[in-house]
Write a protein that binds this ligand. Structure first.
Ligand SMILES: NCc1[nH]cc(CCC(=O)O)c1CC(=O)O
Ligand SMILES: [Mg+2]
Length: 322
């Protein structure tokens, strides 16, 4: 034997030098849940360690994360049922707490990068990402609502908008709507390949946003499909997306790799709520080492080709870098 791969594994120093993939706090976007009120901090039952914050406490959380090196945040609002309707009207009410929270965070911490979510579900009495009519999700009518909320979020100070709804044509529609009102600098991170996944349930608990009837399979992608993601990617790129996202991440590492190899745009991956919760739950049961499982899964997402990772583990990861 003149070739022994184990020689390159013999010490921590050598292993460190030949590491092909390295995670950095700069890779992360930290999703945060926002609720109305003051001095509110509620743990999400199915996401240990993750909270819904009122704006005042959200500012403290953002400040702490900035100190740890996390500079990018994705804000999601949780609304009570009383604020929801079929048309998601509250999403573009200029006085709504979510838009005010975006503005407050951005003006308090101008150095932070603030991403927001463009989709109807947190404000929809149907719990769907689009307008529901006779059990169908209307595509083109939904685009008008998305454009209103996108402009409202851009006006509030969002740096990056994240359309997470999977309506066809929305990236181009939003790009034009934003440009028409002068928001040419606001970026779009498209949820390009978003699958109809079982791993979103804890998020829907956090937002109380589960569909009231039916599922999301007529707009979110079928987990069986890989190449269909390329169709979505080509369209989003042509429509002016600045970043392409794959979601979820761990069960879709092949999709991350495929998109990475087929675009020059940066690729983001969303390490979703269920991926977080299953590691936390197994750790709580003593069935695996949660910290190692976290690091290994985050590493796999980057190794697959993601430039950016949206993850509920972001803060925990940053703390470990210490
Ligand atoms: N527009 C909805 C939206 N935006 C982000 C997530 C999921 C995020 C997560 O699970 O962490 C979802 C859930 C869904 O599509 O039902
Ligand atoms: Mg699409």
């Amino acid at each position: 034997m003149n070739i022994r791969p184990r020689r390159n594994r013999k010490s921590a120093v050598i292993r460190g030098m030949i590491e092909e993939t390295r995670l950095s706090t700069k890779d992360f976007i930290f999703p945060l849940f926002v609720i109305e009120g003051t001095n509110q901090k509620e743990e999400v039952a199915s996401m240990p360690g993750i909270y819904r914050h009122s704006t005042d406490l959200l500012l403290k959380e953002v400040e702490e994360c900035l100190t740890l090196g996390i500079k990018a945040f994705d804000l999601f609002p949780a609304y009570p049922e009383s604020k929801k309707d079929k048309m998601a009207t509250e999403s573009h009410n200029p006085d709504t707490f979510y838009l005010k929270a975006i503005n407050k965070v951005k003006t308090t911490f101008p150095e932070a990068c603030i991403m927001t979510d463009v989709a109807m579900d947190p404000y929809s009495s149907d719990g769907h990402d689009g307008i529901v009519k006779d059990g169908n999700i209307l595509n083109d009518e939904t685009l008008e609502v998305l454009a209103k909320m996108a402009i409202a979020q851009a006006n509030a100070g969002a740096d990056i908008l994240g359309p997470s709804d999977m309506m066809d044509g929305r990236v181009g529609f939003l790009r034009e709507a934003l440009d028409n009102v002068g928001h040419t600098e606001v970026s779009i991170m498209s949820y390009t390949a978003k699958y109809a996944s079982a791993f979103y349930n804890p998020f829907r608990d956090a937002l109380d946003s589960a569909p009231k009837a039916g599922d999301k399979k007529t707009y979110q992608m079928d987990p069986a499909n890989l190449h269909e993601a390329l169709i979505e990617a080509e369209l989003d790129e042509a429509e002016g997306a600045d970043f392409l996202m794959v979601k979820p991440a761990l069960a879709y590492l092949d999709v991350i790799r495929l998109l990475k190899e087929n675009t020059n745009l940066p690729i983001a991956a969303y390490n979703v709520s269920g991926e977080y919760s299953m590691i936390k739950a197994a750790h709580q049961k003593g069935w695996l080492d949660g910290e190692r499982a976290m690091l290994e899964s985050l590493l796999s997402i980057k190794r697959a080709g993601a430039n950016i990772i949206l993850s509920y583990f972001a803060k925990e990861f940053a703390k470990l870098q210490g």
